[in-house]
Design a protein around this ligand. Structure first.
Ligand SMILES: Cc1cc2nc3c(=O)[nH]c(=O)nc-3n(C[C@H](O)[C@H](O)[C@H](O)COP(=O)(O)O)c2cc1C
Length: 195
């Protein structure tokens, strides 16, 4: 699949068939993540592949209830996680991204006002991975609304690492519908704000 086509046609998929996803495809997805750029090439990401149905079900329970003004609803991605064959959990080693190149880590010496760049680095890897999955005909949905502390307990994540996000990988059982995007004119500034 051509890159621009993949970028534009990828959709969040929240319903999957029970078809299996073989390890070769999972490996290809992880490989796409591995080649993402990162702060000073620190590669703070760690990828977990979860196939165990019991662990998947326990992770699904960590998907927060979403509070709307008048009611509380389930995360729309929760069911997908229970039923899908593979879940990829993206963790980050904390204190590595954002430091002086070659210093071995940011720690207390982050060199920008943003501190630790782990969210940024892992997001780049995730985008590579969801696009790679899509290019192979597989669906994903990036999950951010969940109880990460609880997920870390369920997954046995060691100290110094955080779970950033997770996404199911499976054969889509729905046509993704594209939510509208803002026009370029609304999101692009040329030369300077408030000229
Ligand atoms: C950081 C992030 C967190 C997200 N968290 C959730 C989530 O918790 N549950 C969910 O169903 N979708 C989640 N999504 C998916 C977005 O709702 C979706 O990407 C957006 O509506 C655009 O739709 P599209 O992916 O089909 O283009 C998340 C996406 C991102 C980038």
């Amino acid at each position: 699949m051509e890159l621009f086509e993949a970028i534009k046609s990828r959709r969040s998929i929240r319903r999957y068939t029970s078809d299996p996803v073989d390890d070769k495809k999972v490996e290809a997805i992880l490989e796409a993540g591995r080649w993402a750029p990162s702060w000073a090439n620190t590669q703070c990401w760690r990828f977990m592949v979860v196939r165990d149905p019991e662990i998947k079900a326990r992770v699904a329970e960590t998907l927060s209830k979403i509070k709307l003004p008048d009611k509380v609803v389930d995360n729309p991605g929760a069911n997908a996680i229970k039923t899908v064959p593979v879940l990829i959990v993206v963790c980050a080693e904390m204190g590595k991204s954002g430091g002086k190149p070659g210093s071995g880590g940011g720690g207390s010496e982050y060199i920008t006002d943003k501190g630790d760049w782990f969210m940024f680095d892992t997001a780049l890897a995730v985008q590579n991975m969801v696009l790679a999955a899509h290019a192979m005909g597989l669906g994903t949905v990036i999950i951010g609304a969940f109880d990460a502390v609880q997920a870390e307990k369920v997954l046995g994540v060691p100290e110094g690492y955080r779970v950033v996000t997770l996404f199911p990988v499976g054969v889509p059982d729905q046509e993704g519908k594209a939510p509208p995007r803002k026009e370029l004119s609304e999101i692009t500034v040329r030369d300077r704000w408030n000229k």
